[in-house]
Write a protein that binds this ligand. Structure first.
Ligand SMILES: *[C@@H]1O[C@H](CO)[C@@H](O)[C@H](O)[C@H]1NC(C)=O
Ligand SMILES: *[C@@H]1O[C@H](CO)[C@@H](O)[C@H](O)[C@H]1NC(C)=O
Length: 367
């Protein structure tokens, strides 16, 4: 090949392409995949016969359309804001019929409200997309993309993607602690249950790796005992529920060690531990510092702390959602989601281990 006929720019592009790691779309953003529960579901449950849904007002009141979308937020959720940061368009729920053709190349959101690590978590919600099914859909997704750009480019797209997985909270709230003397709580002590969850979670993450994921942000559970629902049901004097806080503080360190082991097995920083408990504790323990009037009372709900029952059109609704850490009894407001994603981007090792997302984006763009 006569290199004198090639412009420096063309050469640069050829050099980059020859590494092959940037995927087929040099100029476009990398793909983004989301797995997990209601903290990251962008509307898959709208297409299912389940009670775990957020598709009626006032959900979405601050979304650009002002309408409910299935996100468990007054506006944007964590994946939306992460997409902004990665520089991609918000990824559509996998079950959304509009997710076809070229749109598939941006990625997909497989998350489903109510699910957990275990299949028996969230059984009261009946039809939800459990983790093994989310992974099955990921395989189907790759087959659909391969039909458009071929198997090799599909592999590159998946290898080059950012993946987010948020699961585990429901294994406590909607399983172990769902009712007194639940089957799982009779079977396992809390520490043993946490170890069991981690061993099952490990299998799911290894499966994600087998399916091509190479940069996976894995969030621990949030401060389970401090959400308005638990303050309403279990707390005296507005203190966080000790039992659920104990669950989070047993589970999260075990998760951190498991991720470090996996990375050392794979010889690469595939899994990034995201300390959601710490990130949320910041605005829970000092709401005023972040411009909130409260992080105990939900904006939308009823009963003590607006923490009982569902957020519906009949609930109390705060006039300014940006002043509340929690939108409903379990889920942060858009404003809180923005703070959390800011920590994803620039957090120190206590928040993002072994590195934060801005480091990942800078590093991978140099490959
Ligand atoms: C969940 O169910 C699927 C399908 O029945 C099964 O393949 C998988 O092993 C189950 N997972 C667990 C943790 O029991
Ligand atoms: C996180 O991001 C900031 C820049 O945004 C950087 O200075 C810092 O070193 C990063 N920390 C880690 C642990 O990667």
């Amino acid at each position: 090949m006569a290199s004198s006929t090639l412009s420096p720019w063309t050469l640069l592009v050829l050099v980059i392409m020859s590494f092959g790691t940037l995927g087929p779309k040099l100029v476009e953003a990398r793909a983004f995949f989301v797995f997990g529960d209601s903290l990251v579901d962008s509307g898959n449950n709208n297409y299912l016969a389940t009670t775990a849904r957020a598709d009626s007002p006032p959900y979405g009141i601050d979304y650009p359309t002002g309408r409910p979308t299935g996100r468990f937020s007054n506006g944007l959720n964590i994946p939306d804001i992460l997409s902004e940061q990665i520089g991609s368009v918000p990824v559509l729920p996998y079950l959304n019929p509009e997710l076809t053709g070229e749109d598939l190349l941006n990625g997909a959101n497989f998350a489903s409200a109510g699910i957990g690590i275990l299949n028996d978590t969230g059984i009261q919600f009946v039809n939800i997309i459990r983790m093994f099914q989310q992974l099955q859909y990921f395989i189907q997704y790759q087959q659909r993309v391969a039909a458009i750009i071929g198997p090799e480019q599909t592999q590159q797209l998946v290898n080059g993607a950012i993946v987010l997985i948020t699961v585990g909270g429901n294994d406590f709230v909607n399983n172990y602690y769902l009712v007194p003397f639940s089957a799982r709580s009779r079977q396992f002590s809390l520490p043993d249950y946490c170890r069991y969850l981690i061993s099952e979670y490990r299998k799911l993450l290894m499966r994600l790796y087998e399916l091509g994921a190479r940069r996976v942000l894995v969030t621990g559970t949030g401060p389970l005992g401090c959400v308005p629902a638990e303050l309403a049901m279990r707390s005296r004097d507005g203190q966080c529920s000790q039992e659920l806080q104990r669950a989070a503080s047993l589970f999260n360190p075990l998760l951190g060690s498991m991720l470090r082991e996996l990375n050392s097995d794979y010889g690469d920083d595939v899994f990034i531990g995201v300390n959601l408990q710490r990130m949320s504790n910041d605005f829970i323990s000092n709401p005023q510092r972040f411009g909130f009037v409260t992080s105990k009372i939900a904006c939308c709900g009823q009963g003590p702390y607006n923490g009982l029952g569902l957020c519906t059109i009949a609930s109390n609704l705060c006039p300014d959602r940006d002043l509340y850490g929690f939108w409903d009894a379990f889920h942060p407001s858009e404003k809180a989601n923005r703070l959390v994603v800011q920590s994803f981007m620039t957090g120190s090792l206590d928040y993002m281990n072994p590195m934060n997302l801005s480091t990942i984006l800078a590093m991978d763009s140099k490959i």
